[in-house]
Ligand binder design. Structure first.
Ligand SMILES: [Zn+2]
Length: 407
């Protein structure tokens, strides 16, 4: 589908009430003014806007903020992009990439991961920590939060932390000896360590206090996902308290049976709940990915990676929270043979999505890989090609490639 011009520069924007043309920045402005303004302009074959895929679209940005999305003629300095431009992908579960692991919690490791995430097609991500001994975890949270605050602007943008554990019940590759209940005291300790950078917590709904913890986290602006739980008790209470997602649908949440539907069955059935899936073809069979998409539709299906250090790297041995994991043919397992995250990039996951779900196209992909995850963690500046949004995109090339694009 195509449409006409959909947006204009908001009144009061830096350069006036209409979209700035790139050439304007080079004339009639002082050198000092030009030094503090970064203006960019792109012209793209097709752009996925919130309600239409629009051909021949011009996007202009000033200081990384979109100021125009229209079909006006582009300036001479505009960059031509071939393919379909999507809002930039947002990975809400990334334990590592590029050979490094978030739990290293060092600026060097996190810088490498951020660059690898960007190279993997996503423009923003939640560095994700998994279960660890409580005091050690608090130190990791504080260190990653400090890095988020001081982010250099290189690589994918960290939106804050995702904490997957230790408030869990079913281990997967986590160490169950470190599992604890989500008491109010522990939640407050976490919030203090994260200093406003905690964005998403995965907790097990069957743990004592889970619903109270969900309400507390929600009241403090932290999204809650339910997961690592093979029981269904507490699920309804936690959703009622504000949980709005599960973590890696189908994985580490017990079986789905037509009489005993499990956490997965209840999650699929509840229209308030977003469902991220790991789309490597191993964590979830492609047939079940299609079944899930038919139920969830474009507003509740979320693509994420659960990537570990092996993402974007060759097969080999890597570490995850101190344990050795091995990536073989792109599948990551621990020494016991359990799946331990993935080697996915968002680009690879998205390509698998398009391959597994033939009824999905670029518009649906934009919802699943950008709009929905951004909405879950209230990252309103991401998730849509709209005026006021962040100028950070993922380009779907006509050859099926997916690359991150930004100023
Ligand atoms: Zn997990």
């Amino acid at each position: 589908m195509t449409g006409r011009s959909v947006a204009a520069c908001p009144a009061g924007a830096t350069l006036g009430p209409r979209p700035a043309q790139i050439g304007e920045l080079d004339s009639g402005r002082s050198a000092a003014y030009r030094a503090i303004v970064t203006a960019r302009e792109w012209i793209v074959d097709r752009a996925v806007l919130p309600h239409v895929v629009q051909s021949g679209t011009r996007i202009a940005a000033i200081d990384r903020r979109i100021v125009a999305v229209d079909q006006l003629a582009a300036g001479a300095g505009a960059e031509r992009l071939r393919g379909t431009l999507l809002p930039g992908f947002v990975d809400i579960q990334c334990n590592g990439a590029g050979g490094r692991s978030v739990d290293e919690a060092s600026p060097a490791a996190l810088d490498t991961i951020a660059q690898a995430v960007l190279d993997g097609g996503a423009v923003a991500f939640l560095p994700t920590l998994i279960t660890a001994p409580w005091q050690h975890l608090l130190e990791q949270v504080a260190a990653v939060a400090r890095w988020c605050e001081a982010w250099s602007g290189t690589g994918a943008e960290p939106l804050g932390l995702h904490l997957e554990g230790p408030f869990l019940q079913a281990p997967g590759a986590h160490d169950p000896a470190c599992f604890v209940d989500p008491t109010a005291e522990r939640i407050e300790q976490l919030l203090a360590a994260a200093r406003g950078r905690l964005r998403l917590v995965t907790l097990a709904h069957a743990r004592p206090g889970a619903a109270v913890a969900t309400a507390l986290l929600k009241s403090r602006g932290v999204a809650v996902a339910l997961g690592h739980c093979d029981q269904t008790s507490g699920f309804a209470e936690c959703v009622a308290a504000g949980a709005r997602a599960v973590t890696h649908l189908f994985n580490v949440m017990g079986a789905l049976h037509h009489r005993d539907v499990g956490t997965a069955g209840f999650a699929l059935d509840d229209e308030r709940v977003l469902c991220p899936l790991l789309l490597d073809g191993v964590h979830v069979h492609p047939a079940m990915v299609r079944n899930a998409f038919r139920i969830l539709g474009p507003d509740r299906f979320v693509i994420t990676t659960d990537a570990v250090a092996a993402a974007g790297m060759p097969d080999g041995d890597y570490t995850l929270s101190g344990i050795r994991v091995t990536s073989c043919n792109g599948t990551v397992r621990d020494a016991a043979g359990r799946l331990a995250g993935s080697a996915l990039t968002m680009a690879r996951a998205a390509q698998n999505f398009l391959a597994f779900v033939p009824m999905a196209g670029p518009w649906t992909l934009a919802r699943a890989a950008s709009t929905n995850p951004a909405r879950l963690v209230a990252a309103g500046e991401f998730g849509g090609l709209v005026v006021g949004g962040r100028a950070a995109f993922t380009l779907l090339g006509d050859d099926g490639s997916l690359t991150a694009v930004r100023p």
